[in-house]
Design a protein around this ligand. Structure first.
Ligand SMILES: Cc1ncc(COP(=O)(O)O)c(C=O)c1O
Length: 451
């Protein structure tokens, strides 16, 4: 790729004050980290550099967000220009042109019918927004009793109270158990190593798991259920793929029962699976779609909820002059984020990044599957430019082996992500064949030497 990068000084100044106590770090073992910090100081293209000057190949696009690679000059310039033109403008009863321009640009790549866009600042906010829109839609249609949600075990939908409640990751839930949304059920997750280990493409076994939705509908009655929310591919729980036919079946059952289907595409959106969205790759169109991360290449926080026009239109039946949806964020459609997103879309489109993962997919699949047979590896999963290696847990110490591998990989100059006993990879979509080889070979040699 001929990525345009903005100039970054190559000699890294030591940080002025690296006293670590004050920053309460998110989703981090704070005390352990602070005893052995991993500090990133600069980034460009496919790489980070640590504060002590070591180069690290980015195998996870930061946190599944830097899809066009680091240090994109076009995005920096757009952000800089917007900051000096108008750093902020409200979008409550006011507007600014690039918010509308961005919404229009996004609907040009969105799944069919999803042509109304509500802006947020993160994936968590997108999820909570989508849940609220689902309830508002049913209420606008005279079905205000439809307030239940159905999520899925091992699902991750961010950390707001709504997303946490429909999510299915135990550690994210157990501390806050009493404060969950009422009226939420969960489908079974779709991970089944016994039937589907080492599947290439989507796993063949498991479409029938979608039929559980019918059981939950029979239990509660469809008239009480607002929406089902799933990730087309779960990322945070360790890359769980939808079995062939599973998502279509969910769609059919939702249609039959007037239940909205929400796809959480916070990690699968913006080219990760070889199409702009997983919904397009799997040919199943949801009613609402949540996004964030790759929307701005991670440069400025921003999220977007795509709503089917029927949802928007139903909500617009409110009396003329009244606010139709009492929801929004001070920074919804923040002008600097809009500028970053527009420049990001330009880069994606100019460089074909929204579909590049499809052309890299076969090579990526072979590379990731070459790790089969290494010690403790029990499954390999992959789709688009996503890959995961599932490891056998160490007796009595779940996650310990994968965490050790993550640490050693970082020392050897590659950044991967550990979640439970899974090592996940989701490199920037500009990755080149040589870099795929280096990423997977390094991971392989670390796995080989880890007891
Ligand atoms: C599927 C999914 N939904 C929601 C989120 C939450 O996004 P954020 O961390 O931007 O709030 C994530 C984050 O990884 C995610 O993977």
């Amino acid at each position: 790729m001929n990525a345009q990068l903005h100039p970054v000084p190559s000699n890294i100044e030591p940080a002025a004050n690296t006293e670590l106590d004050a920053f309460w770090m998110p989703f981090t073992a704070n005390r352990q980290f602070k005893g052995n910090p991993r500090l990133l100081a600069r980034a460009e293209g496919m790489h980070y550099w640590t504060a002590d000057g070591r180069e690290v190949l980015d195998g996870v696009a930061g946190l599944w967000c830097v899809n066009a690679g680091h240090g994109r000059r076009e995005i920096t310039e757009a952000v800089t220009k917007q900051l000096s033109t108008m750093e902020f403008a409200p979008t409550f009863q006011m507007g600014h042109p690039i918010a509308f321009e961005l919404a229009n640009r996004l609907t040009a790549i969105s799944p069919p019918g999803l042509d109304r866009v509500f802006f947020t600042n993160s994936g968590s906010e997108s999820v909570d927004t989508a849940l609220k829109i689902a309830i508002a839609y049913h209420r606008a249609k005279g079905a205000g009793q439809r307030t239940r949600f159905i999520g899925r075990e091992k699902g991750y939908h961010g950390v707001g109270f709504g997303g946490m409640s429909v999510g299915g990751m135990v550690n994210n839930r157990k501390t806050f158990g009493a404060s969950m949304l009422q009226g939420v059920d969960h489908l079974s997750h779709t991970l089944n190593i016994e039937h589907n280990a080492y599947s290439r493409g989507l796993p063949q076994w498991g479409a029938h798991l979608a039929n559980e939705l019918e059981r939950l509908i029979a239990l509660h009655d469809a008239s009480t259920i607002a929406a089902v929310i799933v990730e087309p591919i779960s990322g945070s729980a360790g890359v769980l793929l939808p079995p062939v036919g599973y998502l279509k079946r969910l769609r059919e059952i939702c249609d039959k029962n007037d239940i909205l289907l929400i796809f959480d595409e916070v990690i699968t959106g913006f080219g990760r699976v070889g199409k702009p969205f997983a919904s397009l790759a799997f040919d199943v169109t949801p009613d609402l779609m949540t996004t964030a991360k790759g929307l701005t290449n991670g440069a400025i926080p921003m999220g977007a909820v795509f709503a089917h026009r029927k949802i928007y239109d139903a909500c617009m039946q409110a009396p003329e002059g009244s606010i139709e949806l009492f929801h929004g964020y001070t920074y919804s459609a923040h002008p600097v984020a809009c500028a970053a997103a527009l420049a990001t879309l330009d880069v994606y489109q100019k460089e074909g990044l929204l579909t590049r993962a499809a052309s890299m997919s076969a090579q990526w699949e072979d590379a990731v599957h070459s790790l089969r047979g290494l010690p403790h590896v029990v499954d390999i999963r992959k789709y688009g430019l996503i890959g995961a290696v599932e490891l056998e847990p160490r007796g009595g110490k779940p996650g310990a082996r994968a965490f050790e591998i993550f640490l050693k990989c970082f020392e050897r100059g590659i950044m991967v992500r550990q979640t439970g006993d899974t090592i996940a990879m989701s490199p920037p979509l500009i990755i080149e064949p040589k870099q795929i080889a280096r990423l997977v070979e390094t991971l392989g040699s670390v796995i080989r030497e880890t007891a």
